[in-house]
Design a protein around this ligand. Structure first.
Ligand code: H2U
Ligand code: ZN
Length: 344
């Protein structure tokens, strides 16, 4: 069967989910609009921004005059750290089950500069961000009631980002959330069945096939995964088998900074606009077990489909059946790769 021409479905071995691929619906390899929206000029400091240094946040707290990264407790935290740990099964039929979920939500500004993004920050500044993420991970993961630390960035209004000031969120939870929990089971099962690491083996296959590789360096490789759902979704994997940021050596911190900047710079060239996305790191759960099976990686999920304004919607069959895509991961990777080679 010729998969590149016929409808087929692909399996995501990390989450045990399927994606329907309909390559016959893409008549041409690339249907992206050539439109380029004018770049929005942002000031270095915005007096109305609640993340800029010295400004007041909702709730009245004033940010310090910070000059590097800056972390604060989210003023509208989704998690409360004093929630008791308890589980109820009302009617004892497993139908009305609830668990307390204590946790901590923080916000991290990448830079005091309102106008920067990961694509326009210097490598040294991004390395500082990685070191700040590492410190947050170490501090939060060590807390006895925290089993998972999720670092993520929402970029652009389309992804619900509330503010263009470069920032991310950190949610530390008592339970391992659903998606990393599925990835954990998959990686454990793979290691038990095959005696190796799922993502080490997967990265090796991608390296030999080349068709889905977007970019890479000595420390990291970025691919459009075989099972990608979002049109330009990418998966960033460390080349070395490691589980979390504290395990990165100095060279790998620099290589991760370079890889992140490269991905976002490529994205910004797809439609000539700052590409909206949600991205986040999946790191070893901090549940007290060693987790040698876990492989450090990041997912980037951008919603844009055909132009700066046309996004993919997860509706219809995708809500009721499973996700579907038209452009194949191989074509998406080819497009992203061609933009990578034009970067300075
Ligand atoms: P997002 O752009 O990804 O929404 O992240 C911004 C977070 O900042 C959001 O979770 C918080 C919001 O609750 N926030 C504050 O903590 N203080 C404020 O003054 C405004 C927004
Ligand atoms: Zn700002």
């Amino acid at each position: 069967m010729e998969f590149s021409q016929k409808s087929h479905r692909r399996f995501n071995p990390l989450t045990n989910e399927w994606v329907l691929v309909s390559p016959h619906r893409t008549k041409r390899p690339w249907q992206g609009a050539i439109e380029t929206l004018p770049a929005i000029e942002r000031p270095q400091y915005d007096p109305t921004c609640y993340l800029c240094p010295g400004n007041e946040r909702a709730g009245g707290v004033r940010n310090p005059q910070y000059n590097g990264t800056f972390v604060f407790e989210n003023d509208f935290a989704a998690l409360q750290n004093d929630a008791p740990t308890a589980r109820v099964d009302m009617h004892e039929k497993g139908l009305l089950v609830a668990e307390a979920e204590p946790g901590i939500c923080r916000v991290m500004c990448f830079s005091p500069r309102h106008d920067l993004t990961i694509s326009s920050m210097g490598i040294a500044e991004i390395e500082d961000v990685i070191r700040a993420w590492t410190a947050q991970f170490v501090e939060l993961a060590a807390m006895p009631n925290i089993q998972h630390v999720q670092i993520f960035e929402n970029r652009g209004e389309m992804m619900g980002a509330s503010n263009p000031h470069p920032h991310c969120q950190i949610w530390a939870t008592h339970s391992v959330p659903q998606l990393p929990s599925r990835e954990l089971v998959s990686q454990q099962k793979y290691a038990a069945a095959r005696g190796g690491c799922l993502l080490c083996d997967y990265a090796g296959i991608e390296e030999s096939e080349q068709s889905r590789i977007v970019c890479g360096n000595d420390g990291f490789v970025t691919v459009v995964p075989f099972w990608a759902v979002w049109p330009f979704e990418v998966l960033l994997c460390s080349r070395r088998h490691l589980g979390s940021m504290p395990e990165l050596n100095g060279a790998e911190v620099a290589q991760l900074a370079e890889a992140l900047k490269q991905i976002v710079s490529i994205y910004d060239r797809v439609f000539g606009v700052p590409f909206p996305y949600s991205m986040g790191f999946h790191q070893t759960p901090s549940d007290g077990s060693p987790h040698p099976e876990w492989h450090f990686h990041a997912h980037f999920y951008p919603p844009l489909l055909r132009s700066a304004t046309v996004r993919k919607f997860m509706v219809g069959f995708e809500m009721l059946g499973n996700p579907q895509r038209d452009i194949t991961p191989e074509l998406a990777a080819e497009k992203l790769r061609s933009l990578a080679s034009s970067l300075k």
